[in-house]
Ligand binder design. Structure first.
Ligand code: SAH
Length: 372
């Protein structure tokens, strides 16, 4: 703005127009002087945002969006009305009192009238993923490229726009748990978080990022002034098993991972969430649960259990409910809060580990769903 001879306050006007009012073209930024808008347009400056290529709606209300970016690459973003528990990492609302208050509060009826209580958006950080977890569909893509900070924020922008909601008036949680490994696109991810907090208006306490365990970035993340809550994909109870399921364990094994978790500077009342995908007969025995108890001893942690969401080419199966409950009980008894994440949008391949940005799987017959 300075270079253009414009006043400094124009910067915030521009940011508000893009992120809060979600204006779709420079011409429509009515707060900026007409002559200045014309100048920007003449220079070829435009507002870019991802296009909704496809929208799949689940019977449970979840919506999976296939979003297209400027260069034609695509990624998926998921809208979950009422969330799935992953946003708080502990099965409660966003980890503050707001959600609990909301349940018993008359406001709840007001929002119910408007068809909106709270929702969670699951955001992608890369096109594809390089991490190669054996139970995850996104891994089958490999990684195409990182998303820019603008593209990460753009996903939220596009979904809010499509759903016609805005934070903070509408209660929106964000989970960076979509396609890709956020900590392998660290700088863009952090930049996006800042924009989302400062410009879009989502509080950092309403955001959770999940990492497969990129240890050096866990250290960096702990030192960020603005940061979401941390979730770590544990998924196995010993090194042998974890290396088999998540080859990155060769580089950053459980000892290194848990050391980073122990050193992580937690805030008041904050806990680290450990996600654990339960694979029938592979990592879901009571003995595995006991090993998890030992691993997490002394940590301010909670565990988020996710029964495998199936997909084509995934050679594992979903455990029966009783096995999930038995696993959870072992953790509970040891004083580790454990929650079972509610699968959302499994019928449209929108659930954890099912994002793959292909049309062919979306039109394939829905997998047979174990009761959940
Ligand atoms: N790459 C990051 C962000 C993705 S989060 C990470 O790994 O944490 C996605 C979560 O879904 C992870 O906890 C992952 O372990 C889990 N997941 C992957 N595939 C799954 C599947 N098929 N069923 C259930 N959960 C799965």
């Amino acid at each position: 703005m300075e270079g253009e001879g414009e006043a400094g306050f124009r910067v915030q006007q521009l940011l508000d127009a893009i992120y809060r009012h979600r204006v779709e073209s420079v011409e429509h930024i009515s707060t900026l002087p007409q002559s200045f808008r014309e100048k920007l347009v003449a220079r070829g400056i435009s507002i870019g945002h991802p296009q909704v290529e496809k929208r799949f709606v689940s019977q449970d209300g979840t919506v999976r969006y296939l979003l297209k970016f400027g260069d034609g690459e695509t990624a998926e973003t998921v809208w979950m009305p009422e969330g799935d528990g992953g946003e708080a990492g502990d099965g409660t609302d966003a980890g503050d009192a707001a959600g609990a208050a909301e349940r018993g509060h008359p406001d709840r009826f007001r929002s119910a009238l408007h068809g909106f209580g709270r929702a969670t958006i699951c955001v992608s950080s890369q096109v594809g993923c390089a991490v190669d977890c054996q139970f995850c569909l996104t891994a089958l893509l490999g990684v195409k490229r990182n998303l820019t900070a603008g593209e990460i924020v753009g996903q939220v922008w596009a979904v809010l726009n499509d759903q016609k909601v805005s934070p903070p008036e509408n209660r929106i949680n964000l989970v960076f748990m979509g396609m890709g490994e956020p900590f392998l696109n660290y700088d863009n991810f952090i930049k996006a978080v800042r924009l989302l907090v400062q410009e879009v208006g989502v509080a950092e306490s309403r955001m959770t990022v999940s990492t497969a365990g990129i240890v050096p970035r866990i250290h960096d993340f702990g030192h960020e002034a603005i940061r979401p809550k941390l979730a770590i994909s544990l998924n196995a109870s010993n090194d042998e098993l974890r290396t088999r399921l998540m080859p990155l364990n060769r580089k950053w094994n459980l000892e290194k991972l848990l050391a980073a978790a122990r050193e992580f500077p937690l805030r008041n009342r904050e806990r680290i969430t450990f996600e654990y995908v339960l694979l029938d007969g592979v990592n879901d025995g009571k003995e595995n649960a006991s090993e998890v108890v030992e691993l997490l001893r002394g940590l301010r942690a909670k565990v988020n259990l996710i029964a495998l969401n199936p997909g084509p080419g995934i050679m594992f199966s979903t455990p029966a409910e009783e096995r999930v409950a038995a696993f959870r009980q072992v953790l509970d008894k040891a004083g580790i809060p454990a929650f079972v994440r509610r699968p959302r949008g499994r019928d449209i391949y929108a659930a954890c580990g099912q994002l793959k940005q292909t049309v062919e799987i979306a039109t394939a017959p829905a997998p047979s769903l174990p009761s959940a």
